[in-house]
Ligand binder design. Structure first.
Ligand code: UD1
Ligand code: CA
Length: 483
């Protein structure tokens, strides 16, 4: 009976300093895009291989990298490479964390290749079969900086030579090693024990293992992947370029599954965003975190949503929203700001220059113009007048305002919390509401108007205003005489 296949192991190389990022504030592999670190992207590409063990080699600023791993991949095993003596050295240390009796396949991936796809990795593992090593390679228009894949007369892989060690002939090779490999674990163990540092960089090169295998006549495979799946990110220019490639790829997936993206060049979507069919994303839309867009919803233009849920057929225009829940058939904007804790029922309308925070708004309610709604509960089918402020802060503590259903609050109201307006109540325009308004009552809280007759004629005599007033008064009295 054949032995059951040993589970595959993965080694992620993430110990390097990444000086070219010029980032005093953050380790290289924690830079990222689309809501994930580079390390997160690599681990996401690896996950469908269902590795039995994933070892991540950490070194430079390892506390931060390990803390991040605990968040995104708690099952991954960090292995410390305190001094970075090269990719071969890193793999040698990683192998010490793997069971030496397990003789399956080891997949090695670099932590700085965030565009890797699960498909390229699956192809690599499928092609590997019984080889000693299988390389993932790419053909690049400009291979500068990469290790070159040197082939023998029969086209077999003979070795990989680093840029700094290559001859002029070798530098002309445009097929490069991507630092992604499948290895036979037992053979890899033997080989990394024999690596030397006799090269231009004085490092143990993992790439030298390939030459050793070839010299020993062991079978070596190679699988080519498109350059935009294997590109390494070493600086922030490459980071931005990788982000665009990733975003284009992600938007294409969304479009193929039924989402309209009007302008893919200005639409940015994180990896964790879900979008239902027939949704439309207008130009200048960016969707972050765990944002979910419902069927047929229209988002944008110029809209940023973070960790926000939008219900079916809702229309969100020129809006910023964070940690909010928007029901179905809602209309928002243009120019609204939904801060964390905003919950809008179905059919709500939020208009222009309206800011909400921790606001629970019932179905069918409208807040059409120029208002701040903080710490509020509003019932269903209520209308909030223009220019209303929910006065939630007394300088020390926040308080809540509750407004019932089918209420009509007047324009330019202040609700000084804590305060309650009952179902079916009205409030008068310009009111400062400091006391509860019972159901069905009209709350009026403003001074009575007083007109001082003839004030302008006396105090501003000779001005254009006074002359206009005189003419109007004369016309009125003439009218009175005729009538
Ligand atoms: C490496 C390959 C090169 C390949 C290129 C693809 C070697 C010697 N060279 O070169 O053939 O074309 O990747 O991008 O393997 N790392 C460690 N510990 C170390 C050194 C590196 O963990 O001691 C990690 C780095 O953090 C990085 C990865 O290994 O994630 C690759 O190292 P890097 O220095 O970027 O290698 P390259 O010069 O790009
Ligand atoms: Ca690199």
């Amino acid at each position: 009976m054949p032995e059951p296949a040993a589970p595959l192991a993965v080694i992620v190389l993430a110990a390097g300093e990444g000086t070219r990022m010029r980032s005093p504030g953050r380790p290289k592999v924690l830079h990222g895009f689309a809501g994930r670190s580079m390390l997160g992207h690599v681990l996401a590409a690896v996950a469908p291989l269902r590795p039995g063990t994933t070892v991540v080699v950490v070194g430079h600023r390892r506390e931060e990298v390990v803390a991040h791993l605990q968040e995104i991949a708690p099952d991954a095993v960090p292995v410390v490479q305190a001094e970075q003596h090269g990719t071969g050295h890193a793999v040698r240390l990683a192998l010490e964390a793997l069971d030496p009796s397990a003789n399956g396949t080891v997949v090695v991936v670099p932590g700085d290749a965030p565009l890797l796809t699960d498909r390229a990795l699956a192809d690599l593992v499928a092609a590997h079969d019984d080889a000693a090593a299988t390389l993932l390679t790419s053909v690049l228009p400009d291979p500068t900086g990469y290790g070159r894949v040197v082939r023998d007369a029969d086209g077999g892989v003979a070795r990989v030579v680093e840029q700094k060690d290559a001859s002029d002939d070798e530098l002309r090779v445009d097929e490069v090693a991507t630092s992604v490999y499948a290895f036979d674990q037992a053979l890899l163990r033997e080989a990394v024990a024999k690596l030397s540092t006799d090269n231009a960089q004085g490092e143990e090169y993992l790439t030298d293992v390939i030459g050793m295998f070839a010299a020993a006549g062991r079978p070596i495979g190679a699988v080519q992947a498109p350059a935009d799946e294997t590109a390494g990110v070493n600086d922030r220019v490459q980071l931005a370029a990788a982000h665009r490639v990733y975003n284009t790829r992600l938007l294409e997936q969304h479009m193929r599954s039924g989402v309209t993206v009007v302008d893919p060049a200005t639409t940015w979507v994180d990896a964790g965003v879900s979008i239902e069919v027939d949704a439309v994303l207008h130009p200048g839309t960016d969707l972050h975190g765990a944002t979910r867009i419902g069927e047929g919803a229209e988002i944008g233009p110029q809209t940023s949503l973070t960790d926000t849920e939008v219900g079916a057929r809702s229309r969100v225009e020129r809006c910023v929203a964070k940690e909010s829940r928007i029901g179905a058939d809602v209309t928002i904007g243009p120019f609204a700001y939904l801060r964390p804790g905003t919950v809008l029922g179905d059919g709500v309308h939020i208009g222009t220059y309206v800011e909400l925070k921790k606001a629970d708004v019932g179905s069918g309610t409208k807040i059409p113009h120029l208002s701040y709604v903080g710490d509020a509960t509003i019932g269903e089918h209520t209308n909030i007048g223009a220019a209303t402020v929910f006065v939630n802060y007394d300088g020390v503590e926040k308080h809540r305002t509750t407004i019932g259903s089918h209420a009509r609050t007047g324009a330019d109201n202040m609700f000084v919390a804590p305060v309650e307006v009952g179902d079916g109540a009205y409030t008068a325009a310009g009111s400062v509401i400091t006391q509860d308004v019972p159901p069905g009552a009209m709350g009026v809280a403003r001074a009575h108007q007083r007109n001082v007759a003839g004030w302008v004629l006396r105090k501003r005599a000779g001005t254009a205003a006074a002359r206009a007033a005189e003419r109007a008064l004369q016309a009125l009295s003439a009218d009175g005489e005729e009538g």
